[in-house]
Design a binder for this molecule. Structure first.
Ligand code: ADP
Ligand code: ZN
Length: 286
């Protein structure tokens, strides 16, 4: 018997099948297009295996409230065809096995606590800084969900004195995602993030925003580890800059682990989400 994992991103899907020791047997990836077309790829892949359970970590916003009529739906996404789409229902209709359902970043946080840079911890935050900013959390060993799932990217931040960029968020303008996700960097400097690698000012401002967010998350959740992933964090020079600003802001008000161990990249690199999905599948099977 196998476990199936789906990391459903807004740009691409990753599907994997693992054995019961979580060794990946096969992994495929394809672009996220319409739900019908994308799900055809998913089915073609999983139909080859006898699955015990499936775990889904999905881009959002999604409905994770078990009391809701639209539990399992992708909700208010601007992504064409996915708005109000019953993703979990489509998977359950095809495969009559237990299916775990959470956000991509919650799955990534879970993967990191079991097998990555938060291994041995019962709490961690996983923040992705990419096309958007999203955060997931594991608290007391379980992914954090309530009425809905966390939306850590849309918190308000103090604007840098030299930043006059209006921000990209259609809801809030200059919330964290609006000023610090990949498209904000691109909008402010008219160049792609990776083309700005040598521009120190860019990363100093980026760190200024991310450090504020991390301080707020720290004060609210006091996690053991904060993992920073996503395309923008490929700029490794950001890590020391974020730690430095974080220390200045927090001003030792509360204790944290040593910052080199506290604010870190994903130990599972680009496999945090898919690994978490497989682990959640196994939990659901029990
Ligand atoms: P997604 O969020 O769509 O899953 P990514 O995490 O790769 O995908 O995020 C894409 C964003 O990250 C884009 O805005 C892109 O410009 C930015 N990005 C990707 N790679 C880099 C890099 N090496 N340096 C800086 N920014 C990057
Ligand atoms: Zn916002």
């Amino acid at each position: 018997m196998y476990y199936g994992g789906i990391e459903a991103g807004g740009t691409k899907f990753v599907c994997a099948v693992s054995d019961e020791q979580f060794q990946i047997v096969e992994r495929v990836s394809f672009p996220t297009t319409t739900p019908t077309e994308t799900l055809e790829h998913v089915f073609a892949f999983f139909d080859q295996y006898k699955l015990k359970a499936i775990g889904i970590g999905s881009f959002g916003p999604i409905d994770v409230n078990k009391n809701s009529d639209t539990y399992g739906y992708v909700t208010s996404t601007p992504k064409k065809g996915w708005n109000n789409y019953d993703f979990l229902g489509a998977i359950k209709d095809r495969y009559h096995v237990p299916v775990a359902w959470t956000t991509d970043v919650n799955a990534a946080a879970y993967g990191e606590t079991k097998k990555g840079n938060a291994k041995g911890s019962s709490s961690c935050i996983y923040l992705t800084v990419g096309t958007g900013i999203g955060g997931g959390a594991v608290v007391n060993g379980e992914v954090l969900e309530g009425f809905g799932h966390p939306e850590m990217g849309h918190i308000l931040v103090k604007i840098h004195p030299e930043d006059d960029y209006a921000g990209t968020c259609p809801y809030h303008g200059n919330c964290l995602e609006g000023v610090a996700a990949g498209p904000a960097i691109e909008g402010r400097y008219h160049k792609k993030g990776h083309e700005l690698a040598d521009n120190a000012k860019v990363w100093e401002m980026e760190a200024y925003y991310l450090a504020q967010a991390l301080m707020n998350y720290t004060l609210i959740l006091r996690p053991d580890v904060i993992i920073l992933g996503g395309g923008v964090m490929k700029q490794q020079q950001l890590f020391p800059l974020v730690r430095e600003q974080f220390e200045k802001l927090l001003h030792h008000y509360v204790e944290t682990p040593a910052l080199e161990d506290y604010i870190v990249p994903p130990g599972l690199e680009d496999n945090a989400g898919i690994t978490g999905s497989l682990l959640l599948a196994a939990d659901k099977a029990e």
